[in-house]
Design a protein around this ligand. Structure first.
Ligand code: DGP
Length: 231
């Protein structure tokens, strides 16, 4: 972590919100940012992919099917887009500001594995990123997503793809819970919470807030970890 940091200051907490398209991720991320502000917790909302950077613009063109790229090449671009912001994420956290991150490396893995790339290959470029203190998986059924107006026009917004993505997100959650129960030292050390995002906006907000209050209490006492690095 950066050397200019005031060591008496409590660090911010890295909260990642993951989920399918139409799960309400971005709405909930915004609502959480507002609630943190009301509670006088300094917080910043970020989103991946960040389509404003040069790499982000290539990703945007790919997602809108304006360009075609090899599956591995686009995977690496999504990862590079996260690495572009890694230093600024660390600095922000060390200055005491909490970050709410709309999608992260787990999206990176599940969307590419859904296309047939190997799981461990997909994880490798993101190894060492700042690890979230809490990862929330907003789970919504394809039926619910359809009720909400279905998917949009972008490349991955197809029901078959979304079903595979959902199963893979669930595997992240279950694998970590199993490892926790076995006391497996090689576990990822990411605290996953699955949230039923098929409920009302208010109910989902309350569930998220409960989890966030807990992590705001606990996480600043321990150093920020690195993603998928054995500790
Ligand atoms: P969003 O802006 O949250 O709607 O995300 C755009 C799309 O990109 C969405 O279908 C999910 C997908 N996506 C997000 N992150 C990644 C990633 O790291 N890798 C891949 N392959 N897809 C991603």
């Amino acid at each position: 972590m950066a050397s200019h940091v005031d060591t008496n200051k409590k660090r911010g907490v890295l909260i990642v919100i993951e989920g399918l398209d139409r799960s309400g991720k971005s709405t909930q991320a915004g609502a959480l940012a507002a609630r943190l502000a009301q509670s006088n917790v300094p917080a910043k909302l970020i989103k991946f992919p960040d389509r404003t950077t040069p790499i982000g613009k290539m990703i945007d063109a790919y997602l809108r099917s304006q360009s075609d790229l090899d599956d591995r090449a686009i995977h690496l671009l999504f990862s590079a887009n996260r690495w572009e912001l890694a230093t600024s994420i660390e600095r922000t956290l060390s200055e005491g500001t909490t970050i709410i991150c709309d999608r992260y490396a787990f999206s990176g893995v599940v969307y590419s594995v859904s296309k047939g790339l190997p799981f461990s290959w997909c994880k490798s470029p993101d190894i060492g990123l700042p690890a979230p203190d809490l990862a929330l998986f907003l789970d919504v059924s394809p039926e619910k997503a359809r009720e909400r107006g279905g998917y949009g026009e972008e490349r991955y917004e197809k029901e078959e793809m979304q079903k595979r993505v959902r199963e893979l997100f669930r595997k992240f959650v279950v694998r970590e819970e199993d490892a926790e129960q076995r006391g497996d030292a090689s576990k990822d050390d990411v605290t996953w919470v699955q949230i039923d995002a098929g409920r009302s906006l208010e109910d989902v907000k309350e569930s998220i807030w409960r989890e966030v209050q807990r992590v705001l209490e606990d996480a600043p006492r321990r150093p920020l970890r690195r993603l998928w690095v054995s500790h």
